[in-house]
Design a protein around this ligand. Structure first.
Ligand code: AMP
Length: 217
């Protein structure tokens, strides 16, 4: 299964992405996570990306393109993958089409998750991430079992992402509307785009996604 997951910040791409990779046993190619790993390691790419990311803007297309192309050349992604957070601009989508053509493979579906703006803001301000293992929580809809403690590794360091501060959230929303939303018009004529209501319990949304995906992949 070769999938693309698109949606505004806070729509639940990470949560649904996790369910999808477990269900289809495919690698999660999440460009935001890959970039944050580069920032932590202080690699050349990480140093270039950090300032842009902390302001809520997009990392230049050519840097992202190269990072994704390298990942998709790895044998682990040959049988399938979930692209999460990429493409985020029309030029990135064009770049992805070229990468896939060279690999002689095609996408099976593009899932666009949609939620009203007010809900997105509430979700983003309540998001916390474990500083040790990266598990993501939402203090309102998906809190850890013991407040302030990671269910997965027991760490007491549940932190807010730097780009989840209120001023940065607004910028990311604008960037989404200006640069990423046009992807919907780009993908609609392919017949592979499925626009899914991302409001409701996690499991219900997951079933909505499964219902539109091709069977037997
Ligand atoms: P995310 O975790 O998907 O919300 O991404 C966090 C940040 O990483 C974004 O706000 C961008 O600064 C950067 N980023 C992630 N994916 C991309 C992409 N495909 N193109 C450009 N920047 C990206």
């Amino acid at each position: 299964m070769r999938l693309v997951l698109i949606g505004p910040p806070g729509v639940g791409k990470g949560t649904q992405g996790q369910r999808l990779i477990e269900h289809f046993k495919i690698p999660h190619v999440a460009t935001g996570d890959m970039l944050r790993a580069h920032v932590r390691e202080a690699s050349d790419l990480g140093k270039r990306a950090q300032a842009v990311m902390s302001k809520g803007n997009l990392v230049p297309d050519e840097l992202i393109q190269e990072m994704v192309a390298t990942r998709l050349r790895e044998p682990a992604t040959h049988e399938g993958f979930l692209l999460d957070g990429f493409p985020r601009t029309v030029p990135q989508a064009v770049g992805l089409a070229i990468i896939l053509e060279r690999m002689d493979v095609q996408l099976d579906a593009i899932i666009a998750l949609e939620v009203r703006q007010e809900i997105l803001l509430t979700r983003l301000t309540a998001r916390r991430t474990c500083a040790h293992c990266g598990t993501v929580y939402n203090l309102v809809i998906q809190p850890p079992k013991i407040m302030g403690k990671c269910d997965n590794c027991g760490s007491g360091e549940l932190v807010q992402r730097e780009d989840d501060q209120p001023e940065t959230i607004n910028e990311r929303m604008e960037v989404y509307n200006r640069q990423t939303a046009p992807l919907l018009s780009y993908y609609r004529p392919t017949g592979l785009l499925h626009e899914i209501d991302g409001d409701g319990p996690v499991e219900v949304i997951f079933q909505r996604i499964l219902a539109v995906l091709p069977a037997g992949k």
